[in-house]
Design a protein around this ligand. Structure first.
Ligand SMILES: NC(=O)c1ccc[n+]([C@@H]2O[C@H](COP(=O)([O-])OP(=O)(O)OC[C@H]3O[C@@H](n4cnc5c(N)ncnc54)[C@H](O)[C@@H]3O)[C@@H](O)[C@H]2O)c1
Length: 264
């Protein structure tokens, strides 16, 4: 099946690390023109080089802090100038530190709100300003099964990811008339294959900081597919929802989590 992504202009935020990196590689295999918007430009440049080697039509890095609207608008302007349009936005940046809610502080909540929610608002607004006049586009936002399951130690993050789900449904309803589709992918625990796949700013940079090997083994046992997710296990769902194969799908929340969430 032709996914109709060859030569398309795709922006992936946080494309330098783990799931974002795998998403970049999956779009590269489809021959897309890719803009990686990441706060860690050095790591993102390594990913861009690899993307071109894997088949991307072209790939550029624009150092971007998604919490800054000015950074975000100039990044989208660069993508449009270089590639002529912005056809796909993947809102992939996200961050958390696992703690019980009673251990968290207002400063921590504000950091989570900025990275996990305001970043999505900034990028979606700037993308729509380009996609509405061109009367086409696809936006996929990365949420989490924590938005659907009520995960211990992810109270504020889970609440913000649920906000992303609700936000994307409204954006889908408001912008379908312009030929713009908006969907959400919810990973479960998704662990990098190797240290070179993560940036210094990644949640996964310090081995064991998120989960110990013992905890990961227990998580695998409760999953119907009995396997911890790897970044490439999630990337296919993002590419599908961005592609012509999903042309009649909008406003949906899809878990790519080994069956952890099953929502009817
Ligand atoms: N990995 C998981 O287990 C998991 C599970 C559920 C949901 N998710 C979601 O999937 C997405 C990707 O997760 P991951 O594990 O690949 O993350 P990661 O921490 O490995 O990578 C995040 C990337 O975003 C970049 N980044 C961080 N803050 C930024 C900012 N302000 N502006 C621009 N770039 C910034 C980092 O440099 C890094 O390249 C996130 O939205 C996350 O919440 C991940």
């Amino acid at each position: 099946m032709d996914l109709d992504l060859k030569g398309k202009s795709v922006v992936v935020t946080g494309g330098g690390s783990n799931i974002g990196r795998a998403i970049v590689m999956a779009f590269a295999q489809e021959g897309a023109n890719i803009t990686i918007a990441d706060i860690d430009a050095e790591q993102a440049c390594k990913v861009a080089d690899l993307a071109v080697a894997k088949g991307a039509s072209d790939a550029q890095v624009v150092r971007t802090d998604v919490t800054s609207f000015d950074d975000v608008t100039s990044m989208f302007s660069s993508a449009k100038t270089k590639f002529g349009s912005v056809d796909v936005l993947v809102n992939n940046v996200g961050w958390d530190k696992l703690m019980y809610f009673t251990q968290t502080t207002p400063d921590f909540w504000q950091k989570l709100i900025q990275i996990n929610y305001v970043g999505v608002l900034n990028c979606t607004k700037a993308a729509l300003d380009i996609m509405i006049p061109q009367k086409s586009g696809a936006i996929v936002s990365m949420s989490s099964d924590a938005s659907r399951q009520g995960e211990p130690r992810e109270a504020v993050y889970g609440g913000l990811k649920a906000a992303v789900n609700a936000f994307m449904k409204t954006i889908a309803r408001e912008n379908g008339r312009y030929g713009i589709r908006c969907n959400v992918v919810c990973p479960g625990v998704t662990v990098p294959e190797s240290a070179e796949e993560v940036s210094g700013t990644s949640m996964w940079f310090t081995p064991g900081a998120m989960f110990t090997d013992d905890q990961l083994e227990k998580v695998a046992q409760i999953l119907p597919l009995k396997k911890i997710g790897r970044p490439a296990d999630v990337a296919g769902a993002v590419v599908f929802l961005s592609s012509g194969a999903a042309r009649y799908i909008t406003g949906q929340v899809l878990s790519a989590s080994g069956g952890y969430s099953m929502v009817g």
